[in-house]
Write a protein that binds this ligand. Sequence first.
Ligand code: NAD
Length: 492
Amino acid sequence: MIQDGYLLNYVNGAWQRSQATEFVEVRNPATIEAIVRVPLTPRDEVGQAVEAAQAAWDGWRRTPPTERVQYLFRLKNLLEEHFDEIARLTTDECGKTFSESKAELRRGIENVETAAGVPSLMQGRNLEDIASGIDELMIRQPVGVVAAITPFNFPGMVPLWFLPYAIACGNCFVLKPSEKTPITISRIAELIEQTGLPKGVVTIVNGAKDAVDALLDHPAVRAISFVGSTPVAKYIYSRAAANGKRAQCQGGAKNPVIVLPDADMDMTTRIVTDAAFGCAGQRCLAASVAITVGEARNVFTEQIADAAASRKVGYGLDAGIEMGPVITTESRQRVESLIGIGAGEGAEVLVDGRDPRISGFERGNFVRPTILHNVDPRSEIARTEIFGPVLSLMHADTIDEAIQIVNAGVYGNMACLFTSSGAAARQFRYEARVGNVGINVGVAAPMAFFPFSGWKESFFGDMHAQGGDAIEFYTEKKIVVERWPKEWSRTF
Ligand code: NAD
């Protein structure tokens, strides 16, 4: 909730002005207009919020799962009712187009729907007569207070990878959203409040590193979910583990796509263009490297360069716009400087998106789609996550060589193959060392009922986000072994 230009925290079922003395400003990335001031909530205040969540936990865990999910059904209906309004907020704080914001919210709602299956999903198992007259049960119980720390690029969807499952399983959930894009989830929390959810079950504390450290160090927080860049993921994973918490930390990415000569080139170009430049390249599943094999090189290079150059860039709420700005001015400068580094390392800037003029939005954080050609797989630009609308082109003589380039990368979030060969598809699926594989698909994002995560430097932990893994992460397994000899009981 926003009050007098300040974002409020949501603690113990009430909207509160933080006692913070430091703030950051959220600006619309297309217009640079200030939208809201975000408090950098101090450590003590985060601690008080966690303690309020802890106090709410006992009542919530005793609420039957069938009742707990009624709040999710109400939330789902409220999200549908306010669908366009929330998507507009996302575009204004994050820059992506209105249709991208709507797609994001749809994926978020799917997680609410999936978590509503918790009366089935959370069941344990049992076996009678593990020895004569002795039965064994495995039951699942909530973990307690759990926290999530989320990135700027999916301000609605990523918090919803966690929140619905956490509370459906009977935990109290504390979110520290991105300080760059905290408005979407704040509005969603207003809808959560309307569901009548008991106070303290969902908490939002705004802030940055200090607020995160307060969550990592507070003994009442039992589990941490993180999504963001790899260096921060590593930090959070190790500090959470040192404090005895379970942790799942999703990191950065550098996702390659391979284009074989037998691919349908028109379809491939269309899909790769969207995968590379959708959300201005600020998706963890954005395609950032395209490796052409054999004769695919010339035709794909020509087609993708045309598609990049003709993509309509502008304010995401304007009709016909296909790509918005990047998140901040610093981000634009970083992306532009990385394009320069690529050129310095010998890549050809085939389509140069630096310093564009977007009529009416001259101050916005725009970088147009950029294509770097003949990128050396060993160069710095080939290894660095750019997180902007830049696609690097490489070339390989064979599919084996292309797969080697894919597997040499330090990240392992996603890799895709474009082909009409079943055997090539099978080889790629089998050999690619990544968490998500796309075959003739450019953004292989798992649906809510499948686990979401990468491999290697893209993920630290074991239980992934969403679906069954989320139930695993948000519950403790308890074993009961019991014996009830007849002679101990009265007979009737
Ligand atoms: P980020 O790592 O800068 O920030 C993520 C969160 O961590 C924010 O809430 C931020 O406040 C907090 N944070 C930042 N620095 C911190 C520090 N030193 N100590 C403690 N907390 C800190 O990431 P971002 O720029 O918001 O998001 C972009 C990154 O997220 C990209 O690297 C992208 O690939 C990644 N991402 C990954 C996935 C995935 O599923 N693997 C999904 C979305 C985004």
